[in-house]
Design a protein around this ligand. Structure first.
Ligand SMILES: Cc1cc2nc3c(=O)[nH]c(=O)nc-3n(C[C@H](O)[C@H](O)[C@H](O)COP(=O)(O)O)c2cc1C
Length: 168
């Protein structure tokens, strides 16, 4: 069985329990790398052509505007096909209640017919929000399995939880 992790994650300034901190690796990326290690999955990181601001408050504003506009931000080297993979892990931070718009750009390019999808999210309290509903639309024809929701501040403590979820 072959698998791939398609994810977006942002490094830079972020909020952790009421405090702003600079992180070199985004929270979602930490989980994506566990899956690579534990399931032998390939990794594909979605990179927007225009990077999101490192400044947290600026990023909040850009992301809000993108969502209100229904934007589809351009991607640098988008993934064109998932042929050859049975299982597709889809990972992202909760941004304003759902996936970052750049994930919509990426997922809309792919044909999910017959794929098994395992979604995971990192967040600051809202879990998946409405992302699972959005994923139903974005991954037409896929069998979407139970998602994994991880608070961003605890990503370094949940490797075993990720392992159990992979095996489900
Ligand atoms: C633009 C933006 C919007 C966010 N919106 C939410 C939100 O609506 N609900 C929530 O629980 N967390 C929200 N967060 C917090 C992130 O989901 C959380 O910090 C996540 O772990 C970041 O993952 P990353 O480091 O992989 O980018 C937001 C963060 C950013 C930067």
């Amino acid at each position: 069985m072959t698998s791939i992790v398609i994810y977006f994650s942002r490094s830079g300034e972020n909020y952790f329990g009421g405090e702003l901190k600079n992180i070199e690796k985004g929270n979602t990326e930490v989980i994506a790398e566990y899956i690579q290690e534990l399931d032998g999955a390939d990794l594909f990181k979605v990179e927007p052509s225009l990077a999101y601001p490192e400044d947290y408050m600026e990023c909040i504003d850009v992301a809000k505007k993108e969502q209100m506009d229904g934007a589809r931000p351009e991607i640098r080297d988008a993934l064109e096909s998932i042929d050859g993979y049975d299982t597709v892990y889809i990972g992202f931070p909760n941004w304003w209640g759902t996936l970052p718009m750049v994930m919509f750009t990426q997922l809309e390019k792919l044909d999910f017919t017959g794929k098994t999808v395992k979604p995971f999210v990192t967040h600051e309290g809202s879990g998946f929000g409405s992302a699972l509903k959005d994923l139903d639309k974005l991954c037409k024809g896929a069998d979407i399995k139970k998602g994994l929701s991880i608070p961003g501040a605890s990503v370094y403590d949940v490797k075993e939880t990720v392992e159990v979820w992979i095996g489900q």
